[in-house]
Design a protein. Structure first.
Length: 105
């Protein structure tokens, strides 16, 4: 399962994790987010122990969403060494999401 990250846990779970991270910014009411969600969950299962795969609900965690300039959802940010190194906005195929994560390993 993808890790549910909040404004308060973001720094410890993502920035200071020591692992590459893929973070899905989403909301319950967002149709495209519901399409991407199951794919993110699959990737989370496949990368357990290798990378952090997380989700941030932008409605309940507005600080993190604002900090990273999330204007459209779904947006997936890729982190390495605590820095954003890549991103995908909108619905994308699993292969594209995995390829970007693999590039960080």
């Amino acid at each position: 399962m993808a890790l549910e990250v909040t404004d308060t846990s973001f720094e410890s779970e993502i920035i200071n994790s020591g692992k590459p991270a893929m973070v899905d910014f989403w909301a319950v009411w967002c149709g495209p987010c519901r399409m991407v969600g199951p794919v993110v969950e699959e990737i989370a299962g496949e990368y357990t122990g290798k990378a952090v795969v997380a989700k941030v609900d932008v409605d309940t965690n507005q600080e993190v969403a604002a900090k990273y300039g999330i204007r459209n959802i779904p947006t997936i940010l890729y982190f390495k060494n605590g820095e954003v190194v890549d991103k995908v906005v909108g619905v994308a195929p699993k292969e594209q999401l995995v390829a970007k994560l693999e590039a960080l390993l």
